[in-house]
Design a protein around this ligand. Structure first.
Ligand SMILES: [Zn+2]
Length: 274
């Protein structure tokens, strides 16, 4: 499932390619990826003639900004891809759900095999409301160890589950939560409020480290994620515990364990993580 580094990689790619492009036509092959209440007709009518002014990210969402304050908010779900039609691997897309055709002859393609993704169009006020629902950006200066410590005091949830709540920290999903907990020496099953101060400091630092390293490797591709050129990310080779149950811990040799929390796998080293 694409998380912050994957969305960030797509955003950086798109930022170099699409600003200045003007939408001439929108085609929607799969209306079920549109946000509840947004119709294909309304998407086309509101975007036609609009020019891309920027591309940004909020949490796991790719946000394409247009003039007049319109924003197309793309949540990639599990298998969503945003690829420009001039990319060398665009021809490999098999599940194009929405195409934004540009005046220069190119198109911005949203492809989604399983269609758990979500495309929403918001004006300034609508965007503010959506933005306010999301928690702190983990790579921003606002994400301090003090903030993480105070937020976590209220919860008895396992820390892995706690980290996945987008209303607290925006953009962290299972892969990066698991990897950061390993690096910080914290077991995924620990109750959030039992973390000591030095542990929240380590967790804050390791979350940022793992997210930044993954961005530098252009994200993690387990199966479906692709960047805006259609290429996979390389960070999967740097994962230390995720999906490695039964393999020796790279730090101590103890076999990595898998546990299921809220129907999702967590992985940890029983020796390194307390
Ligand atoms: Zn270990």
């Amino acid at each position: 499932m694409p998380e912050l580094p994957e969305a960030e990689t797509i955003v950086r790619d798109l930022r170099a390619r699409i600003p200045g492009g003007t939408v001439t036509r929108v085609s929607v092959a799969r209306p079920d990826v549109l946000h509840t209440g947004l119709t294909a007709a309304a998407l086309g009518r509101r975007l036609r003639g609009r020019t891309v002014t920027g591309v940004s990210r909020r949490g796991k969402n790719v946000v394409i900004e247009f003039d007049a304050g319109l924003r197309l908010i793309i949540n990639l779900g599990m298998t969503g891809r945003v690829v420009t039609s001039d990319a060398s691997r665009a021809g490999e897309l098999r599940h194009i759900a929405v195409s934004l055709h540009l005046r220069d002859g190119r198109a911005i393609l949203y492809d989604d095999a399983r269609r758990f993704g979500d495309l929403d169009l918001r004006d300034e006020a609508g965007w503010s409301a959506r933005d306010a629902e999301l928690g702190v950006e983990p790579l921003s200066d606002a994400f301090t160890a003090d903030l993480l410590h105070s937020l976590s005091r209220m919860s008895t949830s396992p820390i892995r589950n706690w980290l996945l709540d987008q209303k607290r920290i925006a953009g962290v999903g299972n892969i990066y939560a698991i990897e950061a907990l390993f690096r910080a020496g914290i077991r995924p099953t620990r109750r959030a409020r039992t973390l000591r101060r030095r542990e929240t400091i380590a967790l804050r630092d390791e979350l940022r480290n793992v997210l930044r390293e993954s961005i530098n490797s252009r994200g993690t591709t387990i199966s479906d994620y692709r960047d805006a050129s259609g290429e996979p990310g390389a960070f999967v080779r740097s994962l230390r515990v995720y999906d490695r149950q039964g393999e020796p811990c790279i730090e101590c040799g103890t076999l990595i364990k898998r546990v299921v929390l809220s129907n999702r796998s967590a992985f940890y080293c029983p020796s390194c993580q307390k």
